[in-house]
Design a protein around this ligand. Structure first.
Ligand SMILES: Nc1ncnc2c1ncn2[C@@H]1O[C@H](COP(=O)(O)OP(=O)(O)OP(=O)(O)O)[C@@H](O)[C@H]1O
Length: 236
């Protein structure tokens, strides 16, 4: 069986800086990839290439064998790649249900998960009709994921979803992401500096340093990798 997502030798330069410098990996449906590395190592830029916001300087991202990179963010969503951002960008006085209705409009015939199913999956039961602005910041982060999932993605990209969360909130988030991967068969890429959150959640971890892949393996392999400990985990 071929991989759902294939990232092939992706380079992204900003002027003289190679923010992403020849990254390759594959991702299967239903699996969770943790993307880690020091500040400035290129994680957010790589996520931007996957999400279509950055056109790669060279290399390709293919989804189900079709090139998905370099076509803009909107077409990436239509192709089945959805992302959340580091900041919570919700719809102010809108309720989550109203936001979900809008997001469902981007599905282009893909899988529809009902509002109740998404709320249940993310632990947001009872909050569908509350204004998003009135939700706790942890619930707003989960609501962002619900909105991304309402577009019916095959691949979900999460940029530092656990920022600002306490241990219990981060554990609930990890459960929700795991359920989304398992029950909806979505492939997930998660960038986060919180190792307590990310390591138990990830099936595979990819470590970036200076735009390139420093190491890739299971969380156990990565924890034991001396180069990773020296460049990153020793401080994390
Ligand atoms: N739009 C841009 N223009 C110029 N340089 C950029 C741009 N975006 C990122 N860079 C540079 O690319 C490199 C990688 O940045 P990036 O934000 O992808 O790293 P990161 O691993 O996500 O860092 P952090 O963990 O701090 O979020 C850095 O040197 C950064 O200054």
């Amino acid at each position: 069986m071929s991989a759902l997502l294939t990232v092939d030798r992706v380079v992204k330069r900003f002027g003289g800086v190679a923010a992403v410098d020849g990254v390759s990996f594959t991702l299967d449906a239903g699996s969770v990839l943790g993307l880690i590395g020091p500040n400035g190592s290129g994680k957010t830029t790589l996520l931007g290439v996957l999400a279509g916001t950055h056109e790669p300087t060279s290399g390709t991202v293919t989804l189900d064998g079709k090139v998905a990179s370099g076509k803009g963010a909107h077409r990436a969503v239509h192709a089945g790649i959805a992302r959340t951002f580091q900041t919570t960008r919700l719809f102010g006085s809108w309720t989550l249900r109203e936001g979900l209705r809008l997001a469902h409009g981007e599905r282009r015939g893909r899988q529809a998960w009902s509002d109740d199913r998404l709320a249940d999956l993310l632990g947001l039961d009872g909050l569908l009709d509350q204004p998003c602005a009135s939700l706790t910041s942890a619930a707003q982060r989960l609501a962002m994921i619900a909105l991304a999932l309402a577009t019916g993605p095959r691949v979900l990209l999460l940029d530092e979803p656990a920022v600002g969360m306490d241990t219990a909130e981060a554990a609930a988030l990890a459960d929700a992401v795991r359920r989304a991967a398992d029950e909806l068969d979505v492939a997930v890429v998660v960038v986060d500096h919180n190792m307590q959150f990310l390591m138990p959640l990830a099936d595979t971890v990819l470590v970036m340093a200076a735009g390139a892949v420093l190491a890739e393996g299971t969380p156990e392999q990565i924890r034991a990798d001396e180069a990773v400990i020296a460049s990153y985990l020793g401080e994390a």
